[in-house]
Design a protein around this ligand. Structure first.
Ligand code: NAI
Ligand code: MG
Length: 329
């Protein structure tokens, strides 16, 4: 039995978490859930956005399901703290179009592997006389392990090509190191096609010919931006899941935030959270259960009958979750 840390967080995080727990209850697997708190509501109760106990529960679990948190300026970010404490160095963001969903491209299916621990998000900023600077940290170690992760992931999931995205023509030292390390690692994976693109060109090709990509591996900020662009190609935030993976731990969360504009109305799209749990099941090598849930969701999306307002329907979060669960029984 898997031990799963459950961190719903704030706003729609709670709604989509209830939805996925309902769906998971209908499949033929048992989970030992450990509930933990984080976020702004947690801050109001405990004085911290991420209690030590929550980090411990996540560390000890086989995997963590995370909803979304509201981040208030000046408070410590719960999700960034978890990524750091659990050393979740790889951020996996699939860009996949689903039938029945209005997307810019159909039959799109590629994955962005984003380095999650350094780059411009190292958080080293300082004020200067006439402005401020931010330090962009690229290490050989992190470049190597993220490249290796991308190739291993490609191999494991039957993908045939890995593209490194960088800006080594301008950022010669930092992205030069990233690109060179990527090509060094690629030598161990001769059966996988390898190429690289400048980030500006990659951003354009995502709009003109996204089918040229299979796995993209890139640094932190570029990965953040390109994956939101990717989300835009396939129907937006209600549908995009993500995984944060490290050596010993993994955390699965929708790309979206706590959505205060719709929170409490019970109309948030549960798909991104459900697909995050599908990624969790694949990570746990429970592929049969993963495919069953993904297929049930695809059917509900295709039918376009019991879906939330962002998908053009008028059903609630829970009604959509129940419709998916119904297909699993
Ligand atoms: P957001 O992702 O919460 O919302 C952006 C837009 O997408 C809103 O119009 C919202 O209604 C819609 N949306 C989001 N999730 C949806 C869903 N499941 N179904 C239907 N529509 C959905 O981003 P925003 O508004 O920039 O941030 C709100 C709060 O969330 C902020 O406090 C922000 O810091 C936090 N945030 C937290 C993240 C996390 O926990 N990992 C990630 C992004 C933002
Ligand atoms: Mg983002």
């Amino acid at each position: 039995m898997y031990e799963i840390a459950v961190i719903p967080g704030d706003g729609v995080g709670n709604e989509v978490m209830n939805a996925i727990l309902y769906v998971l209850n209908t499949i033929d697997m048992e989970f030992n859930y450990k509930n933990a708190i984080a976020g702004n509501e947690c801050f109001k109760k405990t004085g911290t956005t991420i209690p030590e106990e929550t980090v411990e529960i996540a560390k000890n679990a086989d995997a963590t399901l995370f909803g979304a948190v509201t981040t208030v300026h000046g408070q410590k970010s719960a999700i960034i703290t978890l990524r750091k404490e659990l050393d979740l160095y790889a951020n996996l963001r699939p860009v996949k179009s689903y039938p029945g969903v209005k997307t810019i491209f159909n039959d799109l299916n590629f994955v962005i592997v984003r380095e999650n621990t350094e780059g411009l998000y190292a958080g080293v900023e300082k004020e200067t006389e006439d402005g401020a600077t931010a330090l962009r940290v690229i290490t050989k170690k992190a470049s190597e392990r993220i490249s290796r992760f991308a190739f291993d992931y490609a191999k494991k999931t039957g993908r045939s090509k890995v593209t490194a995205v960088h800006k080594a023509n301008v950022l010669k030292k930092t992205d030069g190191l990233f690109r060179d390390t990527f090509y060094e690692v690629s030598k161990d994976y001769s059966d996988i096609e390898t190429d690289d693109r400048y980030v500006d060109a990659a951003a354009m090709f995502l709009i003109t010919n996204p089918y040229m990509f299979d796995v993209i591996v890139t640094t932190n900020l570029f990965g953040d931006i390109l994956s939101d662009e990717g989300a835009g190609l396939v129907g937006g935030l209600g549908l995009t899941p993500s995984a944060n993976i490290g050596k010993n731990n993994a955390l699965f969360e929708p790309v979206h935030g706590s959505a205060p504009d719709i929170a409490g109305k019970g109309i948030s799209n549960p798909s991104a959270m459900i697909l995050s749990a599908v990624m969790m099941l694949d990570y746990l090598e429970e592929h049969k259960a993963a495919r069953a849930i993904e297929d049930a969701l695809i059917e509900v999306l295709k039918e376009n009958r019991v879906v939330t307002p962002d998908l053009g329907g008028n059903s609630s979060t829970m009604q959509m979750a129940k419709e998916i669960a119904q297909k699993l029984i």
